[in-house]
Design a protein around this ligand. Structure first.
Ligand code: ADP
Length: 461
């Protein structure tokens, strides 16, 4: 009756004879569960399972003979298990299956089984003992057994009162859980409202920002239209003014030439000197007017490159010839290095020549001694033409400004005394860009400058 060998000595043994004993078994079951350290809920579960079995045997089946109830604890299993067995001889025809189907105790205990032992049926329930109290040593089990056997069983009425109390406690617990649920629901609703408010606020802020961006965009667009209009007006002004100036200035030059002609009436020495001055100034003015006209044309988009296959060596050869006339000082050498053949480039020969001539002129203008050198090489998809000199150079902070119209580095006149207009570089950069490339410069004041023209091997006109 004490179950398998793993089960230790019986802690308590009881007999179930009539209905009042059901209460008693229930109460004692709870006491045993408490004594071995089970939680309150588990105590109630075991007590309920026992009263279910008791009621079924005594009331439903009306087992005439008595049923034996034993409680024991396994000794060598981990965790330890409380084994409760009820042994009874049922009426004929009652099988293990009858009991298994009638008593659904699976939720109350860990295992429930019914086995036959001769004429008797053994109902066996097990329930794990929680870790904190396990292991229960044999000595400890002896103490528990002695205590259980010493404690008096209470009356059915007391047990009923106890049951009522438990029921009330369970009800109270359910009510508390329901209240907690209501509170959680309210909290959730509150949080939802908060999230919704935040979402609305964020949406509004986003809308506001979007409206701002759209307005800013429109303003930018308007500004860029104004800027374009201003730039076009400037180009038109430059073109018109220079065009209008060219005729009278040319006339002044013609008139002074007439005055100075030996065939004309002789002039006094002073008059001749003044006439020479007028002619010099008029010539300067004419070159300024011409450069302004060129720049105006380039800016207004009136220049349409004439794309042809150009042999770079030819361009270099011509420049070597024409620019050499300027390089009259022995202290400065003009070096034009022909690129290795074939040096073909698809470009506008006239415009390219203007750019390079301009750079060579500048090099010679701003170099007191050393050399001005022009080279060309292919780098990837580009022709790279470099004009470098050993001249006065340009301070880093002004290296972009010299590409602005009329800008000339202040306080640094050309060492050769040559004058200029400040229009050459902006024009050269414009043309380089028209040809699909660009013009940039690097320089070290006192050591020299390098102007680099990038031109595409295959321009897309
Ligand atoms: P200009 O030569 O007629 O003054 P540019 O537009 O060609 O006008 O050049 C603008 C200015 O840039 C020059 O006045 C000069 O101060 C500076 N500059 C141009 N080329 C050189 C160079 N090779 N070395 C030093 N300074 C230069």
């Amino acid at each position: 009756m004490t179950g398998p060998s793993a089960t230790g000595p019986v802690l308590l043994r009881m007999t179930l004879r009539a209905e009042p004993d059901v209460f008693l078994v229930r109460q004692r079951g709870r006491e045993v569960a408490a004594a071995v350290g089970m939680e309150h809920q588990d105590q109630v579960r075991l007590a309920t399972a026992l009263s279910e079995i008791g009621r079924y045997l005594v009331v439903t089946l009306a087992v005439p003979a008595r049923a034996e109830v034993t409680f024991a604890v396994t000794v060598d299993a981990t965790p330890q298990v409380l084994v409760t067995e009820v042994t009874a001889v049922p009426p004929a025809g009652t099988t293990e299956q009858t009991l298994t189907e009638a008593l659904v105790l699976g939720r109350l205990v860990d295992t429930f089984s019914v086995a036959r032992d001769g004429a008797a049926l053994v109902l066996r329930m097990t329930r794990r003992i929680p870790a904190p109290t396990s292991p229960l040593t044999p000595d400890r089990l002896d103490v528990i057994r002695d205590n259980l056997n010493a404690s008096a069983a209470s009356t059915p009425l007391e047990e009923m009162a106890e049951q009522n109390e438990q029921l009330l406690a369970a009800l109270e617990q359910t009510r508390a859980q329901r209240d907690e649920l209501v509170r959680l629901n309210e909290e959730l609703a509150e949080t939802n409202r908060g999230v919704l408010a935040l979402y609305t606020q964020l949406s509004e802020e986003l809308d506001e920002t979007n409206r701002g961006v759209v307005a800013l965009h429109a303003e930018l667009e308007e500004r860029s239209v104004q800027l374009r209009a201003a730039s076009e007006a400037k180009s038109r002004f430059l073109a018109n003014v220079s065009h209008e100036l060219r005729a009278p200035v040319t006339a002044v030059i013609g008139l002074t030439r007439l005055l100075l002609d030996p065939a004309s009436d002789p002039l006094t020495a002073e008059q001749r000197e003044q006439a020479e001055l007028i002619r010099g100034s008029a010539a300067d003015l004419l070159s300024l007017v011409n450069e302004l006209l060129d720049l105006g044309k380039a800016e207004s988009g009136a220049i349409e490159p004439n794309w042809t296959d150009v042999e770079l060596r030819t361009v270099f050869g011509q420049l070597r010839g024409t620019v050499r006339a300027m390089a009259t000082r022995p202290e400065v050498e003009l070096v034009v290095v022909d690129p290795a053949p074939p040096a073909l480039i698809r470009t506008d020969e006239v415009l390219l020549t203007q750019v390079l001539r301009n750079l060579l002129h500048n090099g010679l203008k701003f170099t007191a001694r050393g050399e001005v050198r022009m080279t060309a090489e292919v780098d990837g998809d580009w022709w790279v033409v470099r004009v470098s000199d050993t001249g006065i150079g340009v301070p880093a902070e002004l290296q972009e400004r010299i590409f602005e119209e009329f800008y000339q580095v202040p306080g640094r006149p050309s060492p050769t005394g040559a004058r200029g207009t400040g229009l050459g570089l902006p024009y050269a950069r414009r043309l380089s860009r028209l040809l699909g490339g660009d013009l940039r410069m690097t320089s070290e004041p006192g050591a020299g400058s390098t102007f680099t023209v990038h031109l595409p091997l295959r321009p897309t006109p």
